[in-house]
Write a protein that binds this ligand. Sequence first.
Ligand code: NGO
Length: 529
Amino acid sequence: MRQHRRTLRLLGSLLLVAMAASVTGAAPAPAASPTPLDRVIPAPASVTPGGSPYRITRGTHIRVDGSRETRDVGEYLAKILRPSTGYRLPVTAQGAGGIRLRLAEGPFGAEGYRLDSGRGGVTITAAKPAGLFHGVQTLRQLLPAAVEKDSVQPGPWLVAGGTITDTPRYGWRGAMLDVSRHFFTVEQVKRYIDQLALYKINKLHLHLSDDQGWRIAIDSWPRLATYGGSTEVGGGPGGFYTKADYREIVRYASSRHLEVVPEIDMPGHTNAALASYADLNCDGVAPPLYTGTEVGFSSLCAGKDITYDFVDDVIRELAALTPGRYLHIGGDEAHSTSHEDYVKFMDRVQPIVAKYGKTVVGWHQLTGATPAKGALAQYWGLDGTSAEEKARVVKAAQNGTGLILSPADRVYLDMKYTKETPLGLSWAGYVEVKRSYDWDPGAYLPGVPGGAVRGVEAPMWSETLENSEHVEFMAFPRLPGVAELGWSSAASHDWERYKGRLAAQAERWNVLGIEWYRSPQVPWGAGGG
Ligand code: NGO
């Protein structure tokens, strides 16, 4: 009998637990242990754990100072936290405690920040709004992945106690999207921007023109977009951005503290333009539109004056759409342009970029001509690149040309991971996650002076990529590694530790609906599905 009563009591308490769980709509919260402060990508410069965690509650306010930009960062954070916590989280200038975003003098540079967390609140301090924004990305990663959900979750919402002080190694941490080989809509570009922001990428390079499609409306040469933009690889409908579309991309990127770097690839990779205007061709005959994937067969006509009128108009209109400092003029694989014409072309085109107030960026073949003062060259060679070609790039760097490193056999996100990868190319080899991460931009090209390396960039060429799922599958999990190479110190570089931090990101990708490649090199845990 006594035995029976005990069983009943046990059943009763089990029932209570079950009822409590059903009230919150989920299993009882697991014992709360907040994410350690150092489980962040990119690895922060310095982490000092200690003290009590902060708990976000119904009463938490997001406190900002008076500036518009700080308030914008506060609202951005609130929009992430409100749906999953179910809390109001007002963004206000009053009160004490809570989550505080403050601008203050300090050793933070243009993008660094400090995050202090303790029982009374979390404070992110930075000298500039970009630093606050990057600090918010860190805070996001310190909260459980469920914070990204769009319905109310049980929490608890704990941020480990301690201090993070963080500044980037490089000012250029880029990602390129080729919207020419396949067109990507404004919404698709925004989706990628949000994914880039999570890892503190600060440049979005848009490859806006190539043989297969011209993607930006130019009022003075309207057929570029309407005709030159009317197809893509494989013969699909293509598309182009109106100026309003493009401004919206720039605005959205800037709300995520990314600067858009537009590229018009010249003098090669120009079939879409040559097809749109017969006059641009040396022989005055427009070629047909092109939907294949060969490279190196097209060239603007370096000897015709109309070529430079065209370039002037395009650069003027594009510069007017570009609040950022840089304009990329391509310059790669000009196999149908003689060396003499290539040099002549670059000598005339670079001053046009300067005339419209922008700084030239070009693929590293630009170092075979005379890079303008202040120009940046984007290196896309690989281990097998000839010594002569590397030496040209090194020499240019010694003479003051800045370098952006995009070695194709490391950070080309369109390279297949293995021979089984269903998407992508393999001309630079297979690039698994470890190979992509395990190199040092500062030591990559021997002989390059330290200050010449401005950063890294991960290009996503889209010959085989048609939609966001494709882009994500190729970017994740390699993109966070490139972001870390750009942000974190060389001293923090360590594959063994990195792969553990990377594995911890997977649950967040799942919640965000991001496609990703389950690399066998990474110890994906339970969330690695
Ligand atoms: C090369 C080529 C592009 C291709 C890409 C594919 C550069 C700078 N030019 O990179 O046209 O799309 O490879 O990986």
